[in-house]
Design a protein around this ligand. Structure first.
Ligand code: HEC
Ligand code: HEC
Length: 265
């Protein structure tokens, strides 16, 4: 299972950019680089030695929680959330601390990311996992209640419009994708401002913030890294509203919202 999993992932990493290339000029690079694949391989060894016993071989949990469906893991950006849990632990809750170096933590995170990508890919392949549920079975809520939530307490209309950016959204994505995207949008770019003790500021796309290092990429594509401890960091996350709402959705609200969004065809 593991072996075939890796093969399928590798095949996709190569196939997807090739398909993209045929469709026109490349956009942002997709899929991991060979370095990231190597890091994930090293991370797998660290995971097997330290984590499998509680989070299981396929990360779906055992004595410890399911990491695939963990909100914290899903919101991790380059180790910023996983890093502190691993190095500090939550001793009172049964999660030990591990004296791993920052390089080991990033390898571990690269491995966890690759497993998430693999899992998500399987859930999108029809017949792969029974997650490709037809819209008719998911759209069981009230579209009216969803609409009221959209313009009311949900605050969605502050940033979106059903006749603007969300027009035809239900045609654009299959049901599973749509559900995932309104709960936790994908491909959102976080930006940040780094201020050095001298007062000099740098702005750019936030590539890494793992508790040890901060890496920004500026508008010209140059990247620069600083130790986290010596800089002031201000992060702007355009999807912050989604992250704040994620733990608060009730099942009914989710069903209603999905049912409403399904009407936007
Ligand atoms: C002895 C069992 C044990 C081991 C070994 C262990 N964990 Fe955990 N882990 C737990 C428990 C229990 C929790 C839940 C703690 C809580 O409820 O806050 C947890 C929580 C976590 C979380 C937070 C999940 C969330 O959604 O809040 C992450 C991430 C995590 N572990 C990663 C790891 C990694 C990576 C390793 C290996 C380096 C590891 N754990 C090793 C038991 C373990
Ligand atoms: C503060 C602004 C903000 C609020 C409030 C907000 N969103 Fe979003 N939303 C975003 C951003 C940013 C994205 C990611 C960029 C994009 O795809 O538009 C996004 C993405 C989405 C997407 C995916 C769009 C796509 O094409 O992939 C959906 C669907 C969505 N939001 C629905 C909602 C719903 C429903 C609510 C209310 C519960 C909501 N949003 C609240 C900012 C916001």
């Amino acid at each position: 299972m593991k072996k075939t999993g890796w093969l399928v992932t590798l095949a996709l990493f190569f196939a997807v950019p090739a398909l993209r290339a045929q469709q026109g000029p490349p956009r942002r690079p997709t899929g991991p680089t060979p370095e990231q694949v190597a890091a994930a391989k090293r991370g797998e060894t660290i995971y097997k030695q330290n984590c499998t016993m509680c989070h299981s071989d396929d990360l779906t949990g055992g004595r410890g929680p399911d990491l695939i469906r963990s909100t914290l893991v899903r919101h991790d950006k380059g180790g910023n959330l996983i890093g502190p849990v691993v190095t500090q632990g939550r001793p009172e809750k049964g999660m030990p601390s591990f004296p791993l170096s920052s390089a080991e933590v990033s390898d571990l995170v690269a491995y966890i990311d690759s497993e998430l990508a693999l899992f998500d890919m399987h859930t999108r392949i029809p017949g792969g996992y029974p997650n490709d549920i037809p819209a008719s079975r998911l759209a069981t809520g009230s579209a009216a209640a969803g609409k009221a939530f959209f313009y009311g307490v949900g605050g969605c209309s502050k940033c979106h419009s059903p006749t603007g950016d969300l027009a035809g959204i239900a045609k654009k994505y299959n049901p599973t994708d749509l559900e995932q995207r309104f709960l936790n949008p994908v491909g959102v770019v976080e930006t940040a401002t780094v201020t050095l003790s001298s007062g000099k500021q740098y702005k750019g796309e936030l590539l890494l913030n793992d508790g040890f290092f901060v890496t920004l990429r500026d508008a010209d594509g140059w990247t620069q890294t600083w130790p986290r401890s010596v800089v002031k960091l201000e992060v702007t996350n355009p999807a912050a509203a989604h992250e704040a709402l994620l733990p608060k959705w009730t099942d009914a609200q989710m069903h209603d919202m999905f049912t409403y969004l399904e009407t936007l065809k």
